[in-house]
Design a protein around this ligand. Structure first.
Ligand SMILES: Nc1ncnc2c1ncn2[C@@H]1O[C@H](COP(=O)(O)OP(=O)(O)OP(=O)(O)O)[C@@H](O)[C@H]1O
Length: 296
């Protein structure tokens, strides 16, 4: 089912325009919403999840008019907010059984079957008897996914789920999401470019409440091929290089020199080497363009 968002706007009472005429269509599979802090990602996700209202615009999911028929959307929705609150001292299995009851699954046999299934999908089956309160951050996030899978959602929204996870936990979490995303629409927000690179079929870059780019990660990097250049410089040469070139990023090498990446149609000078375009370059170019050419 297609999620179609048209002319969505939201200005908070303090004057912050968090959504500025958002138009986007999102199909089945993993969709990555990439943007820095304050870009409007959570506002957009909460609005799609029917937890807050926009000032104007429309959202449809298949035949459902989301803003006017919130209950219909909620039946198909699985939502994992940025922070999922405090957990009681109950085992994962018991807590999922409780949530399944709340979601209206009255047959004990059915509940047992679905609880077992979601524990397996999220790789928590072996630790199902442990208290969720004692789980690590990554396990808690996977538990968040387990609970939202109980009603077999068709639209899953997860808001910055990898923030604060260590690399191993992040990897495990992304694997779970990858599996879940094979048979429904998953919208997943992050400010980590690698999350999108590893996981998403499609992506959008959001900043200042606007969609700056909507494409596939492969297309976006493909468009930059031949336009990314690198050079190693000394630390004290950075300012001079910044004045001359469109520097996207600079990283320290072991010997304290800097590796700069520059965006240019032509070789900026003979000491630059061509580099393969990366998704980070796409992200930095989109954000830089936005800062240099703000919409007023
Ligand atoms: N309830 C609110 N009242 C006023 N301003 C708000 C409110 N919620 C968010 N904002 C502002 O709206 C803008 C977008 O916030 P939002 O939380 O949607 O961004 P985000 O991309 O999710 O960022 P983060 O990663 O920091 O959560 C920010 O400038 C934020 O300060």
């Amino acid at each position: 089912m297609q999620l179609v968002i048209k002319n969505l706007t939201k200005t908070y009472k303090n004057g912050v325009k968090a959504l500025d005429d958002i138009n986007i269509e999102i199909g089945a599979g993993m969709f990555g919403l990439l943007g820095p802090n304050g870009a409007g990602k959570s506002t957009l996700m909460r609005t799609i999840a029917t937890l807050q209202s926009p000032d104007s615009g429309s959202i449809t999911f298949g035949d459902i008019d989301v803003l006017n028929d919130k209950m219909a959307l909620r039946k198909l929705l699985g939502y994992l907010p940025q922070s999922f609150g405090v957990y009681p001292k109950l085992s994962a299995e018991a807590l999922l059984d409780y949530f399944a009851t709340l979601k209206g699954i009255s047959s004990k046999t059915e509940r047992e079957a679905i609880v077992k299934e979601v524990l397996e999908i999220t790789n928590l089956y072996d630790v199902r008897k442990k208290h969720v309160a004692g789980y690590s951050g990554g396990m808690k996030q996977r538990f968040g996914i387990a609970q939202l899978l109980l009603n077999n959602p068709k639209l899953i929204i997860v808001d910055e789920p990898t923030a604060g996870l260590d690399p191993a936990e992040r990897h495990r979490f992304l694997n779970v999401l990858r599996e879940v995303g094979t048979n429904c629409t998953v919208i997943f927000s992050t400010h980590i470019v690698d999350d999108v690179k590893e996981l998403c079929k499609e992506m959008a870059i959001l900043n200042g409440g606007r969609i700056l780019q909507h494409s596939t990660p492969a297309q976006a990097t493909q468009e930059l091929e031949g336009k990314i250049w690198t050079k190693i410089i000394e630390r004290d040469e950075l300012e001079a290089n910044e004045a001359m070139y469109n520097i996207l990023s600079s990283n320290y090498n072991q010997d304290n020199t800097l590796n700069i990446r520059v965006y240019s149609d032509e070789q900026p000078s003979s000491d630059f080497k061509r580099a393969n375009a990366q998704l980070d370059d796409v992200y930095f170019i989109a954000l830089k363009g936005d800062i240099e050419n703000p919409v007023v």
